[in-house]
Write a protein that binds this ligand. Structure first.
Ligand code: RIB
Length: 282
């Protein structure tokens, strides 16, 4: 079987990660953390996750004309993601995410989108062939234009939960949300033509069509170090699995295992699992 061809239209960030015993409450200062920086951004993470799972991947995005861009793109470049669609913005910096991680691996993320926010639809190709994955860290109008130009399978990860045109929800073959996002979109996720996957963290995930549950899966038990990027891996893995023709229960189990593995290591992109690791866990 030939590798699925996936275009990711999405964000590229450099993640500054402070790991501390606890996360701060509003107005509180927590000290004693350690700092690391890793390539991140939901779009870039999903692109690399799909690549490590065996897909041929092209990323379309926007970064600043700065050193952070080189750091943010380093793993994608080294691992063969096609970056010819990543444009340089001379006026805005590379996107940055400030991430706090606590001793349980829970996180809080604030994103300064920089060049991602300046990614307008004129940068998109007029036709996007193969499969498409999008998330909501670009302007909603750009996501809508990308989805409208796609000719193949479309996966939309509605993260973070922002307003999105109905045309996007109706065109998507697969929508992925976490529990909080599913509550924000509420009834808008009902009665859609495509599949809806809902992730419930360590409790696993469900796959639905028009309100009917097609499959549920529980992730394998793992010790969680940092959950950052686990959702992105789930999105990429479920897309790859469905494109490869796996049945719904198998595809969901594959995606849950891939997400769980991501949470066992620190950082977003450094922790994304390979195909062999996911298959080993299953
Ligand atoms: O989903 C995790 C990602 O969200 C991080 O890598 C960070 O950059 C934010 O975009």
């Amino acid at each position: 079987m030939s590798a699925p061809l996936i275009t990711v239209v999405g964000s590229v960030n450099l993640d500054f990660v402070a790991t501390a015993r606890t996360l701060p409450a509003p107005g509180e200062t927590v000290t004693g953390a350690t700092l690391a920086r890793h390539p991140g951004g939901k779009g870039a993470n999903q692109a690399l996750a799909a690549r490590r799972l065996g897909a041929a991947v092209r990323l379309i995005g926007r970064v600043g004309a700065d050193g952070m861009a080189d750091e943010a793109l380093a793993l994608l470049k080294a691992e063969g993601v096609d970056l010819s669609g990543v444009a340089i913005d001379r006026a805005a910096p590379t996107g940055v995410a400030l991430i706090g991680v606590d001793a349980e691996g829970e996180n809080q993320i604030i994103v300064a989108p920089g060049a991602n926010a300046a990614f307008t639809s004129d940068l998109l190709p007029t036709v996007i062939e193969g499969a498409l994955i999008c998330q909501m860290e670009l302007p909603a109008a750009t996501v809508a234009a990308a989805v409208a130009r796609a000719t193949g399978f479309v996966c939309v990860n509605l993260a973070p939960a922002l307003d999105v045109p109905d045309s996007v929800l109706r065109r998507a073959d697969l929508i992925v949300v976490n529990q909080g996002e599913s509550e924000v979109y509420g009834r808008r996720l009902h009665g859609l033509p495509g599949l809806v996957a809902v992730t419930w963290g360590s409790r696993g995930a469900g796959l639905f069509h028009d309100g009917a549950r097609l499959a549920t899966a529980e992730p394998p038990e793992v010790s969680v170090i940092d959950s950052t990027g686990a959702g992105d891996t789930f999105v990429a893995a479920l897309t790859v699995a469905l494109l490869e023709g796996m049945g719904h229960p198998e595809a969901l189990a594959f995606a849950c295992a891939a997400g769980a593995l991501t949470a066992t290591r620190a950082g977003a992109q450094p922790s994304l699992p390979t195909r062999a690791e996911v298959e080993g866990m299953l």
